[in-house]
Each structure stands twice: as structure tokens, then as C-alpha cells.
Design a protein around this ligand. Sequence first.
Ligand SMILES: Nc1ncnc2c1ncn2[C@@H]1O[C@H](COP(=O)(O)OP(=O)(O)O)[C@@H](O)[C@H]1O
Ligand SMILES: [Mg+2]
Length: 497
Amino acid sequence: MRDIVKIYPDGTIALRGVSLDIYPGEVLGLLGENGAGKTTLMKILSGFLRPTRGYIVLRGRRVVFRSAADALSHGIGMVHQHLALVPVFTGFENIVLGLRAKGDLRKLVEELMEETGLRVRLDVPVEQLSFGERQRIEILRMLLRRVDVLILDEPTTNLTPLETRVLFNALRKLRDSGKSIIFITHKLREVMEIADRIVVMRRGKVVGELPREKAEPRLLARLMVGREVFLRIEKPPSTPGKPVLKVIDLWVRSDIGGWAVRGVSFEVRAGEIFGIAGVEGNGQAELVQAITGLRRAEKGKVIFGDKDITNMSPSELYRLGIAHIPEDRQTMGLVLDMSVSENSILGMHRWRKFLGALGSLRWREINRHAERIIKEYDVVAPSIRSPVRYLSGGNQQKLLAGRELSKNPRLIVAAQPTRGLDVAATEYIRKLLVDLRTKGHAVLLVSADTDEVLQLSDRVAVMYNGRFTAITRPEELTEEKLGLLMGGMEAGTLGRD
Ligand SMILES: Nc1ncnc2c1ncn2[C@@H]1O[C@H](COP(=O)(O)OP(=O)(O)O)[C@@H](O)[C@H]1O
Ligand SMILES: [Mg+2]
């Protein structure tokens, strides 16, 4: 791949000129934090996306892939994070889907399972299979099509340790048979275990490349997280008061049934920002959902003030004084086709202030409320009657934050609050959170942006695989240490060289 640039239609620059060589008979570890551009780069290599600039040379020839099928016919296949199989078809049907029968396909598939150790139940509808089995089906599907470049995007995220071992053994066999394996991950331990060569990406660029023999978790962590100093936001001292939120040994399930949160405990005090850092997908989203009433907590307790609020509904939590700036503002926080006014009272429409006779809405009050938010939170909108769809991402987020904060909550749960925002809006939201904390509100901040967590938080937890690997003050965390913790290495192992 040569000088690959990718600018998405919304203007996001995902790749800023990346060149990458891939050799036969190796496992290449592609390492980087969220948003580094790993998936984008590999979607380009596998024909799912077209590069904005740059080109691909395959076995000495320049190629342009028109589709994923086109790349596959050139021997390049990618197994995505979100598997794409036909749920009602059996494993076998999915594996051979679209293949013209050449000989006994059933026998071929069985041989392939034998050779690689990637076994699946062939005659069961895929919807009844575990994530691991479905993933093995996708890999077998690629192998049956004789790919020589097999790309796996964060393949171990939903695997059990045993399944991971089976996968790694298969990958080694495939490598030894001459195939190129590209293994995308943010996990240091895994890349050290499986990769022959490691390429580190950060912010759309390759920032390091080394053979495994030269690689060392410390060095990889520093490359991954970056050397830049963390920009400091003005943060006046604050003396945290009493705990506002207490989470005690909380266990929450993921969508696929396993544990997403495995016994997490912490407290957030008045006048404090408690930040949760970590690469996405390590249980942060489920933890927030459990606290805000959007997902069941199976075990453990959530205490607000001195009230047990475990598994209360979102509307009850609202009333008690908990605000939520959700991760996915477009599906959770705002209704895009509704107006700025309507959105400004979502979740508050039963408030006495907004209710007239016979349950009608008092529009004058509502519009006044919307105008106030727009002014106070610097929201740029054509009018309070325009659908929220027409606002930029930053202005949508400011509106949402304004609405949530206008309830004068004691606790604010902010998940990825600045994702996708431009610099100015990002700064605005960050300042807002710091102001609230300084005024004595409790803030729980979850962010995959390490700079953000370190800058804003008074205390930081690092989440990995459903647990906290550390709770500490941001000053105690060097970028290297943080990178290690985020990659699942205990800080305690650092001292032993
Ligand atoms: N479809 C898309 N539209 C706009 N921006 C995108 C899209 N997909 C990814 N991005 C952005 O491109 C950057 C790189 O993302 P990605 O390739 O997914 O990184 P990684 O796989 O390393 O986490 C991020 O800033 C991400 O938000
Ligand atoms: Mg990715």
C-alpha cells in the first residue's frame, strides 16, 4: 500500500499518507488506539473502501479493487469486527455461499477444519452459534476461497481465552503455510504473542514498525499513545465532598451473553470528575448503561446519595437528578427529525412547568426554555423550529449537553462527550464539565480519548476486559503506563525488567 490517504465524506481524515508492506508467511500485527485508522486502512486493502489518494501494488502490479468481491478474487479477505453471516443459514451454507460447486465442498470444508483446527457445527443455523463459532465460519469461508492475505479486525474481542488459543494456533499454521495474516489489535499482550512484525498506527499515520524481537510493551505503548504532551485545560482546584455515586461490585452482561462488566467498584464525589479510560469495547458502554438504567445490572449495587438506585428506570433516575450525555447522541439523546424546541425538553415533557391543562404542552414555556439553552450553550441553529438533523455534530452535542445540564443534576454521566466534534466544540464541552465539577457537581466521564480523560479527571480508572486495572490520579500515569494498562498489562509488572 502506497501513500494511502482516506478522507471520509463528512470530512474526517482517517488516513494521512500510509504506506505498508506485507510479506508472505508472516503475521503482521497492526497496533493502535481507537480511531488510529487501522480498520479504514484494511477496508481499503480488502476492497470495501476506495482510498482518496494512494494506490495498492499486488505482486508487482498496480491494482484497483472495485469491491470486496474483487479483492477476494485477488486473494485478499477480511473478517470484520461485526460479522456478516446469514443468520438462518447453517454454518456450511454460509461457508460455501456464492461458491460454484467444484468437487465435494462438504469434504473440502471438513478437511479444512481438520487442517486448521477451526471447528464448527456445520448443520446448525448460524443464529444459534456462539460468536467464536461464527468467526471461525467467516475464516473458513475466506480460506475456502484460497485467500493468501487474511485480515482479522480485533478478532479476540468476543472470544473466550480457549477460543483465542485455538485461533492463534490456526493463524500460526496458516502463516507457516505461506499466507500473510494481518492481525488488527489494541492489545499489547496479543500482539507480542502472535505477531512476527508489528506496525503501530496513530492518528492516521504509521508511527513505528519493528520485528517482534525488538518490540517491548513499554515501547509499543509509548508509540501507540503518542509522545505529545497533554494539553492542559484550565482546571481550578476543587475539594471533593461526599460521595454522590457509589458503585459496588457491579456485574453487567454484554449483548452476546458473557460478562461485559465483571465486578467493578468505585465512587464519584461531589466536586470531582471521575474518568474512565480504556480502549472502547472493554465494558465501559455497558457500565454506563447499567448506571443510567438502560441495561440490567445482574449483581452488585448502584447507590446515589444514600438511595439504592440499582436497576431503576431512566425516567426515575432523571427525576432524582442524574443527567446522561450518551455515547450515541443520534439514537439515544436526540430525535433528529424533531425540532430544537422539542428536543430541548425530551425526557422532561411531563414536568409541571411544561404541562398545561389536560396534559397539553405549554409551547411558550418550551420555546423560552429552548431559547435559553441556545443562548447559554452557544448552540448555532437556524431556528428553534428547525429539525435537529440540520445542526452540525458539535451543535447537536451542545444542545444535548444544555438540555441535560439545565436539569441542574447532582450527577452527570458523560460518555464520549466530544467524539466527532471539532476543536472549538470539544473545548467548549470540556470546559463545561470542568465548570460543573468546580461548582460541586459530580461528573462521571467515560472516554476512549486518553488526552481527554487525563486532562479533565481528578481521578482516573483504566478499564480493560470488564474490570478496572487501576484507579489513580492522572498525574501518576505516564502515557506509557496508561498505554500498558489500556492494553491489559498490569502496572505492577512494569517494575520487573
Ligand atoms: N464511515 C465513517 N465516516 C466518517 N468517519 C469515520 C468513518 N469510519 C471511521 N471514521 C473515522 O476515521 C478515523 C479512523 O477510524 P478507524 O479506521 O475505525 O480506526 P481504528 O480501526 O484504528 O479504531 C476515526 O476518526 C473515525 O472516527
Ligand atoms: Mg477499528
